[in-house]
Ligand binder design. Structure first.
Ligand SMILES: *[C@@H]1O[C@H](CO)[C@@H](O)[C@H](O)[C@H]1NC(C)=O
Ligand SMILES: *[C@@H]1O[C@H](CO)[C@@H](O)[C@H](O)[C@H]1NC(C)=O
Ligand SMILES: *[C@@H]1O[C@H](CO)[C@@H](O)[C@H](O)[C@H]1NC(C)=O
Ligand SMILES: *[C@@H]1O[C@H](CO)[C@@H](O)[C@H](O)[C@H]1NC(C)=O
Ligand SMILES: *[C@@H]1O[C@H](CO)[C@@H](O)[C@H](O)[C@H]1NC(C)=O
Ligand SMILES: *[C@@H]1O[C@H](CO)[C@@H](O)[C@H](O)[C@H]1NC(C)=O
Length: 512
């Protein structure tokens, strides 16, 4: 998922891509790895612990503060953790929790909130969580709902929420404003971002297809159209790779900086996912994804000097690249693999696996075996006290926090589904057990401040809603039995995951 952070704008000219080396280290299966069913159950146990802490001390507020047994409302006080947890409780078939959540959702008043509303965050968490719940409970997991009225309410509440949000698109260009004040039906007037505009279309189109109200899809597609045909030309430094800021008054980009990091990331993610959702309607999205991926391989792929075996994607400003990346960007490997599988292009799968390996390195080299929020690999910018670390690992840590993010495990999941190689299950189990051991505190799990000191350097006393939606879902699915909602092994997908890991049924043509 993409939590929006301002794109890091750095104007330093650095060298670009070089040829990819091959992985040579042989993989040796670990003897102490528990069987898959025990691994899956271990993740379910953690999910239940986190849910019970939240339900006891925070529900129906947005998040649990596990250290102090308090709560917070960073997402409009509509119960973010509950709505975000629904599709994970469903795939884990935790019937009691599913019914606690769907009993609650009909009581939410989406027209009222004490705080500013983010169109993007509200779409990917609340709208997507309810749509996914509806797809499961009106489909293959219908038996888990005790009350059928609550299932219909998921779609009704999705319509209510989208109707409350839809004035955001009422701008001169049709590019929405992101930051909304519901009490005055106004916005903050600021430019919108690439990810915040470009990560709506899957949710709003799915809602249109389920309800028959085509307006939802048309609104999101209109905003997206400016991203698919970027203006001015200077905002597209290489084919398919675009800037990060868009003016809703004109629909034009105001810069040429970006990458696969926070603030721009999930725009690229959704180009291929729209094609997976409906290849008939969204073939031009595929074309744009291919351009972006080819340009990324040609111009952003970068190998640290001390570790030429590792590949990460750099960020750019115009055609200048900067050797910085983030935990958030680590969804990239999984996204390349998904597209490679869907298109039958082994080259994209192989490159995606290189990126997965690069993110794995950021995990296994730290004291906690969890990767940092932001890292760099520019020879000229290595902090003196990280020189030895850099020489060994190929990166230095710029921000050592870990905010219960999923992207590294998410990419292990796609790598495992595509290759069937148990190595990726082992990597996911390693990451999960490290996270479970380091972030467990009080009544739940908390973000930590420093992955490179034993114990994590202190708790921030905050349990993110995407801990439920994403980390625990991908950590579970990689060890879980075959099911129609698992990512396809062969490029054929019956479901597609939104950027918050909420699975939607792909378009069938008979939904409403
Ligand atoms: C997760 O952490 C809890 C508490 O420390 C522990 O009891 C449990 O065994 C851990 N689970 C796994 C799978 O490591
Ligand atoms: C089923 O859910 C609806 C809507 O939440 C509620 O009004 C109704 O009382 C519930 N029925 C039962 C039997 O719990
Ligand atoms: C369809 O959705 C739009 C956008 O939210 C809304 O204004 C309109 O009332 C909806 N139409 C119907 C028939 O519900
Ligand atoms: C790129 O780097 C060159 C050389 O340092 C500089 O002149 C130019 O302004 C930079 N471009 C951007 C968009 O930062
Ligand atoms: C390295 O030095 C910086 C700046 O003095 C300091 O903030 C940081 O804690 C040091 N890091 C380590 C790993 O010692
Ligand atoms: C790291 O490698 C560089 C380049 O080889 C060298 O100058 C530097 O002294 C090394 N740092 C440490 C701490 O060994």
């Amino acid at each position: 998922m993409a939590v929006i952070k301002r794109a890091v704008a750095v104007a330093v000219l650095l060298s670009g891509a070089s040829a990819l080396p091959r992985q040579t280290k042989p993989y040796v299966k670990r003897q102490d790895l528990p069987p898959a069913d025990e691994r899956a159950q271990g993740v379910v146990d953690t999910f239940r612990t986190a849910w019970e802490g939240y339900y006891q001390y925070a529900f129906p507020n947005d998040e649990l503060k596990p250290v102090t047994n308090g709560f917070s409302n960073s997402r409009n006080q509509w119960g973010a953790s509950a709505v975000d947890a629904l599709s994970t409780a469903l795939v884990m078939q935790q019937k009691d929790i599913v019914n606690q959540i769907i009993d609650y959702i009909p009581t939410i008043d989406y027209y009222e909130t004490p705080s500013e509303v983010s169109l993007f965050e509200t779409t990917i968490r609340y709208l997507a969580g309810m749509i996914s719940g509806y797809d499961f409970l009106s489909g293959p997991l219908a038996d888990l709902a005790d009350n059928k009225t609550n299932v219909d309410a998921l779609l009704e509440q999705s319509k209510n929420l989208a109707n409350a949000l839809s004035y955001a698109f009422d701008t001169p260009s049709g590019v929405p404003y992101n930051n909304l004040d519901f009490s005055t039906r106004s916005n903050d007037g600021s430019n919108n971002g690439l990810a915040t505009v470009g990560t709506l279309v899957l949710e709003w189109v799915r809602l249109a297809d389920l309800t028959g109200n085509t307006t939802y899809g048309e609104l999101a597609e209109k905003g997206e159209s400016y991203l698919l045909n970027p203006k001015p030309a200077s905002s597209e430094p290489w084919p398919g790779l675009v800037g990060s800021s868009i003016d809703p008054k004109t629909g034009e980009f105001t810069d040429a900086s970006g990458g696969w990091t926070g603030g721009t990331d999930s725009f690229y993610e959704y180009l291929i996912k729209m094609y997976v959702y409906d290849p008939t309607r969204y073939s031009t999205y595929l074309d744009r994804w291919v351009l972006a991926v080819d340009s990324s391989i040609a111009h952003l792929a970068s190998h640290p000097t001390p570790r030429p075996d590792i590949t990460w994607l750099a960020i750019y400003n115009g055609q200048n690249i900067t050797k910085i990346s983030q935990h958030l960007a680590c969804f990239d490997g999984g996204n390349f693999i998904l597209g490679g599988q869907v298109m039958g292009k082994q080259e994209y799968i192989d490159f995606g696996l290189e990126l997965v390996n690069g993110c794995h390195e950021t995990y296994i080299q730290t004291a906690t075996r969890i990767g940092p929020e932001t890292f760099g690999w520019d020879d000229a910018s290595v902090p003196t006290n990280q020189s030895a670390f850099f020489n060994k690992t190929g990166f230095y840590i710029r921000d050592g926090g870990y905010q219960l993010r999923p992207e590294v495990i998410e990419s292990y999941y796609y790598a495992y589904r595509a290759t069937g190689d148990e190595k990726y299950q082992e990597w996911a189990w390693d990451a999960f057990t490290a996270i479970n051991a380091t972030t467990r505190v009080g009544s739940g799990y908390s973000s930590i401040s420093n992955v490179n000191v034993a114990g994590g350097g202190g708790f921030t006393d905050f349990q993110e809603s995407f801990w439920f939606a994403e980390v625990l879902k991908y950590s579970y699915l990689i060890h879980a039995p075959e099911a129609e909602w698992q990512v396809g092994k062969d490029g054929k997908n019956a479901w597609v995951f939104n950027t918050e890991a909420h699975p939607f049924k792909v378009f069938g043509g008979d939904e409403s």
